[in-house]
Design a protein around this ligand. Sequence first.
Ligand SMILES: Nc1ncnc2c1ncn2[C@@H]1O[C@H](COP(=O)(O)OP(=O)(O)OP(=O)(O)O)[C@@H](O)[C@H]1O
Ligand SMILES: [Mg+2]
Length: 472
Amino acid sequence: MNTLTHFASPQLPLLHRGKVRDSLRAPSGDRLIIVTDRLSAFDSVLETAIPHKGAVLNGLANFWFEKTAHIIPNHVIKLVDANAMLVKEAQPIKVEMIVRNYITGSMLRGYQKGQRTFSGVTVPDGLTKHQQFPEPIVTPTTKEESDREITPENLVSEGWVTKELYDQMAVKSQMLFAVGSRLLAEKGIILVDTKYEFGLLNGQLILIDEMHTPDSSRFWSAEDYAKNPETVEQMDKEYVRQWLIANKKDGEYPRALTPEVATEASRRYLDIYERITGEALPTAETAAADAPGSGRHDARARLLANLVQAGLVKDAWVNIVMGSPADKEHCEKIRQQFEGYDVFTQLRVTSAHKNGEAIAGMADIWNNSLEPGVIIAVAGLSNGLGGALAANVNVPVISCPPYKDYAELAMNLNSSVIMPSGTPNLTVVRPDNAAQAALRALNIPRLRERLSKDILATKAKLKAADEEFRVL
Ligand SMILES: Nc1ncnc2c1ncn2[C@@H]1O[C@H](COP(=O)(O)OP(=O)(O)OP(=O)(O)O)[C@@H](O)[C@H]1O
Ligand SMILES: [Mg+2]
């Protein structure tokens, strides 16, 4: 099973890359949330991703959104893939509604230093580590560079939210927490605390972000808690945390996990999913071997197929990159050639000579894109662009220099054809051929089938012409 660590596509503008999730703008204007397999521990993202973690979190959020839709509407449109959720874009309320039923974490640390009032809520003296509160409390924070504890009164006076909305959010948060706690208790899990985010959609309050996932909540095993409340640990991440602590070197935690630790962490996430929902994660490996190529083992291939099926992306892209806006017409000529092939095409402008630094940002998307792609570079005279792109990207680069006559072409061509080492740029002179070469370079079964048909059609045309002409 491979993992999904970084989502990129020239087809979907990136809205936000969080520690775990990548959010993108869908063509419909909706928001596509990709829940990756990244794991963050001690406030930094580890180099090793955890197989199935993204699917577990996404699946759990979906499970909870469904279970609570009668309490408050939420942003979910559709679970497009095990790792992807299409949601409605809301106007987010910049407040985190944290509900706590036990004293732990940062609050416990504050309490031990003598703090008794948290976000306006006063808790009794004499609480011991991990003790349950008489009833769940809501301790809001602002959502800014570093979140800040704040009282409901100040949230209103500082303009974060109106009093009416805050009151609604507080009531809904308590109701959601009650449903979550009850259902989890049946599974032997304690919902220790969690965080909700709300937004406005057409003036209506809805629930956004994620819900009751291990990344937004703390889960304890009720059995462990009963044995000793003070030593109970978070069910999901604690295993990795303990390993990191045990393997600290020179005061630094390891950046990567061993394959065994990643596998065990994965097993624990899958276990939590199954325990909560009562069913095994659909995309998880089962005892029966999957047929190779079924997509289950290849999270990226499966995600792409599902995004294509949902109409969110095409299965391949071509970026036509010009060195100067003056070459737009030539680029449009190339672009037209892709009509009918159902490939995503896009024009970009960057000059290797004048703003070569922009290539790095573009290359990050091209090099990590989920779907296959090809770049066509359009630069005349001295073509530095084709080489600069070819040296920096892991997809084919085809130069198609513009020219007004053959004299100019003859002068331009050397700079496209003669390249230093490490710059595997290809050159095609005619715009139609450049597009056809790009379609072949994409090398995907659907296009190969289509190109075979094109080839047969050309042969048939020539044969028909031959038959017509020879009788004349
Ligand atoms: N439906 C929605 N409409 C608008 N914004 C949303 C919606 N759902 C979630 N968001 C916002 O998208 C952002 C998601 O960020 P994400 O959780 O991926 O990273 P982060 O909060 O910046 O950092 P961290 O990884 O530490 O959580 C949040 O600011 C959240 O409020
Ligand atoms: Mg977040």
